[in-house]
Design a protein around this ligand. Structure first.
Ligand SMILES: [Fe+2]
Length: 233
């Protein structure tokens, strides 16, 4: 067992290596395949983001990254997780949904915000699978999943010096009222892009996400919802 320190705030007991945890390795391989083989739809920015994600992920796999076991945690929204996985396993993202089911009892669901609006606390949570806090250790990339209950509005926010992509695993959702995204779709939010998410009325929505940024920023992303806009006048 070794202790790794990434900054003053975080010190972990690394209790295993990725190769000792094949279920997590298979899940990461699903991410790698998605970011390697999916289309960028002709967008240079998306192509560059996909490359960044898969290069950082491949490096973590190649070096047999450290693995940190954390105590599993649920949130109210995880009552919808079964349905989300069932939907995921029927659609374009079935490989990812099946790999995620294998680790479902070991996920750490959290909010990420110091102050979570009460309505959101019942309808949203995320879990990380790779990042500065583990379970698979990486300073350069965060991979995880976010789960929304049906009929949820995730308020407007942006990320400073972090590039974020979402890949839809199950359920329908919309960002900034611009389109409806189905399983397999990828959305890129660049640093500073304001975004607001709504989910379909009947089913939960499960998204895989990737964050790239500096290790300082990924270690302390400072998640904040944007202040509501005042009505003019
Ligand atoms: Fe976001």
């Amino acid at each position: 067992m070794t202790t790794e320190t990434t900054d003053d705030a975080i010190a972990f007991e690394i209790d295993a290596q990725l190769q000792d945890r094949p279920d997590w390795l298979y899940l990461l391989r699903e991410f790698e395949a998605l970011y390697r083989h999916g289309s960028a739809g002709g967008s240079k920015a998306i192509r560059a983001h996909r490359k960044k994600v898969r290069d950082r992920l491949s490096a973590s796999i190649a070096k047999n990254a450290g693995f940190v076991e954390r105590a599993p945690a649920e949130k109210p929204v995880t009552a919808h997780f079964n349905r989300a996985l069932d939907l995921g396993e029927r659609g374009a993202m079935q490989g990812m949904a099946r790999a995620l089911r294998q680790v479902r009892g070991r996920l750490v669901w959290e909010y990420g915000y110091e102050k979570v609006p009460p309505a959101l606390a019942r309808k949203y949570a995320y879990c990380e699978v790779l990042g500065p806090r583990g379970p698979v250790r990486s300073d350069k990339l965060i991979l995880g999943f976010v789960l929304f209950a049906p009929n949820t509005t995730y308020p407007q926010h942006s990320h400073r010096e972090i590039e974020e992509s979402y890949i839809s695993v199950a359920g329908a959702w919309s960002e900034n009222n611009a389109a409806v995204y189905a399983p397999g779709s990828l959305i890129l939010n660049r640093s500073g892009d304001e975004h607001r998410i709504t989910t379909g009325e009947l089913d939960p929505c499960l998204l895989a996400y990737a964050w790239t940024g500096s290790s300082e920023r990924l270690t302390a992303p400072g998640m904040k919802l944007s202040a509501p806009r005042r009505k003019p006048g």
